[in-house]
Design a protein around this ligand. Structure first.
Ligand code: SF4
Length: 485
């Protein structure tokens, strides 16, 4: 079976909307055509009148075929494009649920920032009305509508507490010891990059110094700084120290709201590196030590190259050294991990009492799903169960959800949610999620995003992805960074 199905559109131009809902429901891309084949296709046709949009949808897929007409009453609060987008997605979704007997937790909502939908409605509605509106407009489940409202409320509180003063900075280290099965980041295995790491760090420090000077000259405040990747602690002690020292020289780190460093994988962490981090960062530094799961067989399956014991040892070492804000990422829906295994892993993690727990959902590239011609929903169902139990456990343990996003190709179209103890939330995450703050991206694969406050236009400046290209094209990178902040 091809990883694309044929798509014919008539009477509207919402191709992207139909593609998105097909992607989430049928886990396939779509290719536009004029003449439909005999099978594996979708037809989406719309007729618009003053108050209604009538959508006729046909789905032929995985041996099933059906058609349905859905009548959408236009929402006077939305423009004509917004109404058409909702209508064609809902038209498709209704037929999908009938044909395949499945409802999705986020209904016909395909956007990556569901909390933003809640936030807009909360400006004019009560919490209860917003929940009802999300359920009615997009057929989102009550649990997810309530989650979106909760996240929006917490986000808004954070943005009041930490109003944007200037910009944020992202520093990328594109190396990891091995590549995890599900990785979608810029990350190269260390053993194949050994000769590049040292020069990479040198150039990164130069770019950091350049950005620091630019920021100082413009008199702009750095609100938050995030060192991610890859895995920053893939660097050896000397390289890590040089980099953190370079960052300390370039920016006023004591005046930032927040400084975060990912120490992602336990197989890259030791006491010396933790001490170096502690020495060159502010007292309130956030550090991420990510188990993803505490089940060793699953860790092995996903290529993490470390055990749960290595994770708990790294966590204890970080506590001993004095880190007071630790984030731990977990992933629901990992291969071979049942919802029960996920739940017991999360319970063990909660007992360690990290200040932040970020719960992701497993992403599976569409091509990897095409093992058979049948649509298999079992992994989506298991992930949905795991995510639901995760929300219950984290709520019950007193963590608050404060940022959330959805990614393409997550199982069941499910969400990633950042939970934290009150007062320990990561403002960088909220700024990035809602495009609140411009960000200067440093290092291979980093993207600088400049937000024009007047027009909301976002200009993006890309660094080369490959570390070697980054080094070779360094002058060009600096040229691109001659910007007005
Ligand atoms: S640790 Fe993160 S960045 Fe590195 S390979 Fe795994 S998923 Fe990718």
């Amino acid at each position: 079976m091809s990883d694309k199905i044929s798509l014919k559109i008539e009477g509207h131009s919402q191709e992207t909307a139909v593609r998105e809902i097909i992607g989430i429901c049928l886990k396939r891309g779509a290719v536009l055509c004029d003449v439909l084949p005999d099978e594996n296709y979708v037809l989406s046709r719309a007729d618009e009148s003053e108050k209604n949009i009538s959508v006729f949808t046909v789905i032929s897929f995985s041996g099933l075929c059906g058609e349905k007409t859905y009548s959408h009453i236009k929402n006077p609060q939305k423009d004509s494009r917004g109404n058409m987008t909702d209508a064609v997605k809902l038209g498709f979704y209704h037929l999908f649920t009938e044909l395949f007997g499945r409802k999705l937790p986020w209904g016909a909502q395909t956007g990556i920032r569901p909390a933003l939908l809640a936030s807009k409605r909360l400006a004019v509605m009560s919490e209860a009305e917003t929940v009802t509106a999300l359920m009615r407009e997009f057929e989102i489940s009550r649990e997810k509508a309530e989650l979106a409202v909760n996240v929006a409320i917490n986000e808004n509180k954070l943005l009041k507490k930490y109003p944007r003063r200037g910009i944020s900075v992202y520093v990328g280290i594109p190396f990891c010891p091995t590549r995890c099965l599900y990785c979608s980041f810029v990350s190269l295995p260390l053993n194949k990059q050994k000769k590049n790491v040292e020069p990479y760090v040198e150039y990164l420090i130069k770019e950091t110094a350049y950005a620091g000077e630019l920021i100082r000259n413009e008199g702009v405040t750095v609100d938050s700084l995030y060192i991610g990747g890859g895995t920053p602690t893939s660097l050896n002690e000397k390289q890590l120290e040089k980099l953190l020292c370079g960052i300390e020289k370039a920016f006023d780190i004591q005046n930032m709201y927040e400084y975060t460093i990912e120490a992602g994988r336990a197989d890259t962490i030791n006491e010396d590196k933790l001490k170096i981090i502690s020495e060159y960062t502010p007292d309130n530094v956030r550090i991420s030590i990510n188990p993803q799961t505490l089940n060793d067989s699953v860790l092995e399956k996903i290529g993490r190259n470390h055990t749960s014991k290595q994770f708990t040892d790294a966590f204890s070492a970080a506590r001993r050294i004095g880190f007071k804000n630790i984030n731990c990422d977990v992933i629901a829906g990992l291969p071979t991990e049942t919802p029960e295994m996920f739940e017991s892993s999360l319970k063990r993690l909660i007992l360690l009492n990290p200040e932040n727990i970020t719960m992701h959902t497993m992403c599976v590239k569409r091509a990897a799903r095409l093992k058979s011609d049948d649509l298999d929903f079992s992994a989506d169902t298991a992930a949905a169960e795991a995510v639901a139990s995760g929300h219950r456990l984290l709520d019950g343990a007193g963590y608050v959800p404060y940022y959330m996003y959805r990614q393409k190709d997550t199982l069941g179209g499910l969400e990633n949610t950042g939970y934290a103890r009150r007062g320990k939330e990561g403002i960088y995450n909220v700024y990035m999620m809602d495009d609140i703050s411009s960000v200067i991206g440093l290092g291979a694969g980093a993207v600088t995003k400049l937000i024009n406050d007047k027009t909301n236009y976002i200009e993006r400046i890309y660094n080369y992805k490959d570390p070697w290209e980054y080094i070779k094209g360094f002058d060009e990178i600096l040229k691109r960074k001659k910007i007005k902040l």
